[in-house]
Write a new protein. Structure first.
Length: 210
């Protein structure tokens, strides 16, 4: 399946946030390929006090003002990285945070990057003998923005301001379309807490928080 092109990202940010659900985030590295279906997103738009570009362009948020399809990777808690898809025309400063993935490829490599314990139960899940939601370690592999960047080997120093159109990190799809979408408020914010800009696949066990 081909990666999504620039026209997909150069669109209304909240529309892109919804359309990314069911698509597959992929990272090709020398260690191997890892991928997961996007099951949860959050939109950050102009005039939104929770948006990093709300006040002005800075060194930290400069990637948000780049061409649609640029990656904006930032650090939280001085340790964890979060991956954002830049949307809208160049210079606008809007993006979509990818909050959670359902792992699809390179599970062992993801587990090695996160913790050996996350390998438990994967073979039974892959053979359709167990519900992934009953295996806490596997379910927690990519069910948060900081977790999924570790699992996919995404680095702020290397990958911030790179291109989803031409780079080793890209999105293809959609690979899953038969689902109901939940629209709700975003998580972990002190501003813009009432804005319904979070979207997730209803019933998916890999969503970070219902």
């Amino acid at each position: 399946m081909e990666r999504l092109g620039a026209a997909f990202y150069n669109n209304d940010t909240l529309t892109v946030a919804q359309q990314l659900l069911g698509c597959e985030l992929v990272h090709e590295t020398p260690e191997g390929l890892t991928a997961g279906i996007i099951v949860e997103t959050e939109g950050y738009v102009t005039g939104d006090p929770a948006c990093h570009a709300y006040r002005r362009q800075t060194t930290r948020n400069a990637a948000m003002f780049g061409p649609a399809g640029t990656l904006y990777v930032y650090q939280i808690y001085n340790h964890y990285n979060c991956i954002n898809v830049v949307t809208s025309p160049e210079g606008v400063g809007e993006a979509v945070l990818i909050r959670a993935l359902e792992p699809t490829e390179g599970i062992d490599l993801m587990a090695d990057r996160r913790n050996e314990a996350f390998k438990t139960g994967f073979e039974r899940y892959r053979n359709n003998t167990v519900d992934p939601g009953t295996k806490k370690g596997f379910r927690n592999l990519c069910n948060g923005p900081g977790k999924l960047t570790i699992a996919l080997g995404i680095s702020r120093q290397r990958d911030n301001n790179s291109s989803l159109i031409t780079g080793t990190i890209y999105i293809r799809g959609p690979v899953q379309t038969d689902f109901d979408m939940v629209t709700t408020t975003r998580i972990g914010l002190t501003q813009g807490v009432d804005l319904p800009y979070r979207y997730y696949i209803n019933g998916n066990p890999f969503v970070s928080k219902k």
